[in-house]
Write a protein that binds this ligand. Structure first.
Ligand code: NAD
Ligand code: UDP
Length: 319
């Protein structure tokens, strides 16, 4: 049995990671300050002896008693409307939070993984994006707070790896979706599904020609798990290469949900990447991983989850 610290554990991906490590028979120490997460995502784990929760902001000194085998630093606002609302906290959790957790990993001689992102590629000029691409980020644009925090996070992690010999993993996560996403987090899937459920028109930003490639959360967790267990210390893209334009995606959602609403167009947010598709050659070769859940099946499961929310939760929209 391994002892694992997961930060951002009450969030969407963090909570699924907790489930996975508990299912594998390990002990999970979950940490979160609930700034964008929700305890309801992990409340089913509270009765377990192998599960402990700390309500803590990781930008402050982090202390965990006892040994730790793995530290997975997943705490960070992740949706554009979150990190635009709390830009300083976003920079701090990527910079100070990562530094604190690296210090803890060094102290405990723990393997250390960070949740990096496709956003480090910015508005990419190389397509699909390989791990070798350095990216095209506007440092001073509104999204820069997230992108640069994550780029710094990668740099300081590699510095600890090279200078202190820390055992590190860097997963570059591409757009992931599934149950436990927040309906009002502004990301496109909760936004469209919430609009369909409330009987509102679907808001496509720009002309909808920008693309994304959506990965179902179970596939993403499997890729992250395999990377952690591998001995590969450099960044690996984990995402689904099946790319679609946002306009075509809105049409798919209209069909899936059976809504009789239409598409309306709103201005494209500044620095919104025009295209995004992971090159997953590395993940295939090194981890023997590729996604298994197609968009139709994944979206159906996600819509089932949103349909199960209360009317009160459904009305809590930030649009
Ligand atoms: P989320 O907002 O659901 O979860 C993030 C969690 O981190 C929340 O529970 C939040 O309360 C917690 N948190 C934030 N700042 C904190 C702090 N200072 N101290 C302690 N806890 C803090 O987001 P998510 O989608 O689950 O993303 C998880 C991680 O994966 C993030 O690091 C994100 O950058 C990365 N990522 C996610 C995606 C995606 O598509 N979901 C894509 C790329 C990268
Ligand atoms: N988007 C949209 N309508 C919405 C929310 C988002 O058209 O109501 C677009 C957004 O501009 C972007 C894409 O959908 O081009 C994905 O946005 P999301 O916030 O989900 O993720 P990210 O931009 O971080 O990939």
């Amino acid at each position: 049995m391994k002892r694992i610290l997961i930060t951002g554990a009450a969030g969407f991906i963090g909570s699924h990671l907790c489930d996975r490590f508990i299912a594998e028979g390990h002990e999970v120490i979950a940490m979160d300050n609930l700034i964008t997460g929700d305890l309801k995502n992990i409340k089913h784990l509270f009765p377990l002896e192998r599960f402990t929760f700390y309500n803590h902001d990781v930008t402050n000194f982090v202390y965990v008693p006892g040994k730790l085998d793995y530290i997975l630093h997943f705490a960070s606002p992740a949706s554009p409307i979150d990190y635009l609302k709390i830009p300083i906290q976003t920079l701090k959790v990527g910079a100070l939070g990562t530094h604190n957790l690296l210090g803890l990993a060094k102290e405990k001689k723990a393997r250390f993984m960070i949740a990096s992102t496709s956003e480090i590629y910015g508005d990419p000029l190389v397509h699909p994006q390989t791990e070798e691409y350095y990216g095209n980020v506007n440092t001073i644009g509104p999204r820069g707070v997230y992108d640069e925090a994550k780029r710094f996070q990668e740099s300081i992690t590699m510095a600890y790896h090279r200078f202190h010999g820390l055992d590190t993993r860097i997963v570059r996560i591409f757009n992931t979706y599934g149950p436990r996403m927040r309906l009002n987090d502004g990301r496109v899937i909760p936004a469209f599904m919430g609009q369909a459920l409330r009987g509102e028109d679907l808001t496509v930003f720009g002309d909808g020609s920008q693309t994304r490639s959506f990965c179902y959360v179970d596939d993403e967790i499997e890729g992250i798990y395999r990377l952690l267990m591998s001995d590969y210390t450099h960044p690996v893209n984990i995402g689904n290469p099946n790319e679609i334009t946002i306009k075509d995606f809105a049409e798919e959602i209209i069909k899936l949900t059976g809504t009789d609403q239409k598409i309306i167009y709103k201005p494209l947010p500044k620095d919104d990447p025009m295209q995004r598709q992971p090159d997953i050659t590395k993940a295939k070769e090194i981890l023997g991983w590729e996604p298994k859940v197609g968009r139709e099946e994944g979206m159906r499961k996600t819509f089932e989850f949103f349909k199960g929310l209360s009317t009160e939760e459904l009305e809590k929209t930030e649009h």
